[in-house]
Design a protein around this ligand. Structure first.
Ligand SMILES: *Cc1c(COP(=O)(O)O)cnc(C)c1O
Length: 389
């Protein structure tokens, strides 16, 4: 089976992890700060906090921006559930803004319409909006940022798919148009630490909250304490935080992987461009790219033109899997998940996202994928879509 995504682990990664296992620190040692530094250098943000997953990063990002009961957070329905769950963890409500039919990212036009409608009808405006850079392609952050100033919301970029990419000429994660950016280092993502995530920001106030919330709300910094220190052992819990720390083994793997970030993303772009060429003339839509950006190319999503073929979406998907192509679908619209339907969301509410779900398929794309593997994917797609068997 050619998987849709796969990590690449080389000897250098293995050595880095083994070295940590033989060192004094398995957690809270030097590797996490080194990993944070490698992200800081790559994305050009003032502060970086590594945590044990992007889900944890999204949770503390919401808390650091003051999300709580009575607030509402808006995100896109075409994302992994964690982009929405993070608001619910904080006791807030969630709502969705439909996607753009070309980029599949949260539509800035529909966001504006929804903001105008909310304002005119005295409905709650969002406290935070979470755009997700789907497949690595950046959202139109300049427009979303302009709306944030007009309507007074904060922005968390869910860049789980997008490390190593650029929006305009800035690296994604530099928070030019957002308060916080979140990355994921799950093995299918661009860079991996097995499980892991990070949050970046340029705000010292937000940074201080993220740091506290990552580790129980405990501080050893006397300037953050309520009382005088009792002595060298003294620390204070000043907020209700969590244990969301990353281990030293994970961080060492991350440092080693980050040294190859630019290769990873360049190779993903090569393969994606090659797919664009090879799939010309097929009854499907290849990924549209906005100008003035550089996608991390986490995923390569094709949209089947079902009116031009005799098979259904599910039949094409099943045939691909049967022939050894590990396709997937990113994502089932979050509002259609049973849990979210239980909160009152209904089919028909987000038609562009629901249409996307009816014909989208993620085909294999990963850094270590060979041209032979890619040719195999195209050959099998040819056989299925042009019914050569
Ligand atoms: C993978 C992913 C997450 C969650 O990442 P974890 O590190 O597995 O917690 C969140 N949002 C998006 C868009 C993702 O793809």
């Amino acid at each position: 089976m050619i998987p849709y995504g796969k990590q690449e682990i080389i000897q250098q990664d293995i050595d880095a992890v083994v070295d940590v296992l033989q060192s004094d620190f398995l957690t809270q040692g030097p590797q996490v700060p080194l990993f944070e530094k490698s992200i800081k250098d790559a994305v050009n943000a003032d502060y970086v906090f590594a945590v044990n997953s992007a889900t944890s990063a999204l949770h503390i990002a919401c808390l650091a921006l003051g999300v709580g009961k009575g607030d509402v957070v808006w995100t896109t329905p075409i994302t992994f559930v964690a982009s929405a769950n993070c608001a619910l963890y904080c006791g807030a409500d969630i709502d969705f803004v439909d996607i753009d039919s070309k980029t599949y990212n949260l539509s800035p036009e529909l966001l504006e319409q929804k903001l105008i409608h909310a304002k005119q009808n005295s409905l709650p405006l969002p406290k935070v909006v979470i755009p997700v850079h789907l497949c690595g392609q950046p959202c139109e952050m300049e427009q979303i940022h302009r709306l944030s100033k007009e309507y007074g919301f904060s922005i968390i970029e869910d860049a789980s798919h997008a490390i190593g990419g650029k929006y305009q000429s800035n690296p994604i994660g530099n928070c030019e148009y957002s308060d916080i950016t979140v990355f994921s280092f799950h093995p299918v993502k661009i860079v991996t630490t097995a499980e892991g995530g990070a949050a970046t920001t340029n705000s010292p106030e937000i940074a201080s909250k993220l740091e506290l919330l990552r580790s129980h709300g405990i501080t050893r910094d006397v300037t953050l304490m309520k009382n005088e220190s009792h002595g060298g052992w003294y620390y204070e819990q000043v907020d209700l935080g969590f244990n969301y720390r990353m281990t030293e083994m994970q961080a060492a793997l991350g440092v080693s992987q980050m040294s190859r970030l630019h290769d990873f993303v360049a190779q993903r772009n090569n393969l994606a461009t090659r797919y664009d060429e090879l799939l010309k003339g097929f009854p499907l839509i290849t990924p549209f790219q906005i100008t003035d950006s550089y996608s991390g190319r986490h995923l390569y999503v094709i949209r089947l033109e079902l009116s031009a073929i005799s098979l259904s979406h599910k039949e094409v998907f099943d045939l691909l899997r049967e022939k050894g192509i590990g396709v997937n679908l990113h994502y089932i619209p979050v509002h259609l998940q049973p849990y979210y339907k239980g909160l009152g969301f209904k089919e028909g509410q987000l038609p562009v996202a629901e249409n996307y779900y009816k014909n989208a398929i993620s085909i294999p794309l990963f850094h270590a994928m060979s041209e032979d593997q890619q040719n195999e994917v195209v050959k099998i797609l040819t056989n299925i879509l042009f019914e050569k068997e």
